[in-house]
Design a protein around this ligand. Structure first.
Ligand code: ADP
Length: 403
């Protein structure tokens, strides 16, 4: 890496999409951001915004056959603004990798052995790791000489004690199939817990935080002195909170029942719990704005869906308060957490005995900055802390390659 190489390209490769951001690590500025969607279909779409040049968003539609074609199209867009993958200013590519198992506790420079290990984890992350691998392989083919770093969604949670991570099932069966709680959204939980400490004017090692990452996918974590001690997602991102389309916690016997009594197949149950449950299953909508609008119009199903969502959140806040013993802050983040004031108010309502409260005026302030929403005299701070997973991935990547 040359001394002038200060840029990091962050790639988040999904099964049919690639999201990317090019950042300048001197100040974290975004130079370009974009997205390729519907890869493999006739109607693929690439949207690219060259922020460095102040140019407008450019959108192109037309078939993009696979991830290789998608990355080549992205590289061409970047080149058009003088930000190409061949630029000497590019220091590294940081890849989001969903599942790192127990082995990857830190961001890791990718070599063939690392690729093999990510491949070995496909059975525990069948939806995500294959797409992440395709993105990595394609990027390596385009720039074989450039350091590429894997940043794992699971890594932040590898500090969980064994008694929090292990399910109470037969140990041999669990170990043979690597069944345990791994947790996800780790880069977000890491970033937000650190930013929350900063907001309180303290070092992360001094504070205990409950992070509520409420996006379309949602997860909670208990972070003690900067280390994750429990999190709501499990072997897969299905466990825990009520989400946009996922059920979260459910009696596992429901799945036997659906198969034995309702005659559903394994795949039917998978689709039901991952895609047709959560808010969408309960009321037909997964966008919290729409749900609030329907509630304002007196819609009972939307009201019940909201109440179920809040009830689950409260249970996790209570549980993690008990796990942590002392809580310094509860931090709300991601699409719902950052924007939905009624969700924050309802989640903390009635928890005054636990030292939690929301100031109605502070809660409705709109801002992209980390901010407190609790009254000044609250024993536990409540905060809105916008997440930035791309920046976290870029920072971890850059720290590793410039060390
Ligand atoms: P993900 O990254 O998991 O796809 P996000 O963190 O972007 O999701 O969150 C998306 C969700 O955030 C939307 O489904 C919607 O429910 C919610 N959301 C976004 N903006 C608002 C808003 N202004 N008010 C309420 N909810 C919002």
């Amino acid at each position: 890496m040359t001394a002038t190489a200060t840029r990091v390209l962050v790639l988040n490769s999904g099964s049919s999409s690639v999201k990317y951001q090019l950042l300048d690590m001197r100040d974290g500025a975004r130079l370009a951001v974009g997205l390729v969607e519907r890869i493999g279909e006739e109607t693929s779409r690439l949207a690219h915004t060259p922020l460095a040049t102040g140019g407008d968003k450019r959108e192109t539609e037309g078939p993009i056959a696979d991830h290789e074609a998608a990355l080549k199209a992205v590289a061409a867009e970047l080149s058009a603004d003088g930000l190409g993958l061949d630029s000497p200013e590019l220091a590294a590519i940081g890849h989001r990798v969903v599942h790192g198992g127990l082995k990857f506790t830190e961001p890791t420079v990718i070599d063939d052995a690392v690729l093999q290990e990510i491949e070995r984890l496909v059975p525990v992350a069948p939806l995500h790791n294959p797409a992440n691998l395709t993105g990595i392989r394609t990027a390596r083919a385009l720039r074989p000489d450039l350091p590429q770093v894997a940043v794992f969604d699971t890594a932040f949670h590898t500090t969980m004690p064994e008694y929090a991570a292990r399910y109470a099932i037969d140990v041999e069966t669990a170990d043979a199939h690597r069944i345990r709680r791994y947790g996800f959204h780790g880069t977000s939980h890491a970033y937000v817990s650190r930013k929350t400490a900063e907001l309180l004017g303290k070092d992360p090692s001094e504070v205990n935080v409950i992070v509520l990452h409420l996006g379309n996918g949602a997860s909670a974590s208990a972070v003690a002195g900067g280390r994750c001690v429990d999190t709501s997602m499990g072997l897969t991102p299905l466990e825990g909170l009520v989400m946009g389309t996922r059920s979260g916690d459910i009696d596992p016997a429901v799945t036997f029942h659906l198969k034995r009594v309702a005659g559903m197949s394994e795949d039917d149950v998978d689709v039901l719990l991952n895609k047709k449950s959560g808010l969408v299953g309960l009321c037909g909508d997964n966008d919290m704005r729409e749900i609030r609008r329907r509630i304002d119009e007196g819609d009972e199903r939307a009201r019940l869906a909201f109440d179920i969502y809040i009830h689950r959140l409260k249970k996790y806040i209570g549980a993690y308060t008990a796990v942590l013993g002392r809580v310094d802050a509860v931090a709300f983040t991601a699409g719902v957490g950052e924007n939905a004031a009624p969700v924050r108010a309802a989640a903390l309502a009635g928890l005054e005995e636990m030292g939690l409260a929301v100031d109605a005026d502070l809660n409705t302030v709109r801002s992209g900055e980390p901010r407190l929403i609790s009254p000044e005299d609250a024993r536990v701070a409540a905060a809105v802390v916008p997440t930035d997973e791309e920046l976290e991935i870029a920072q971890q990547t850059y720290a590793l390659v410039s060390a």
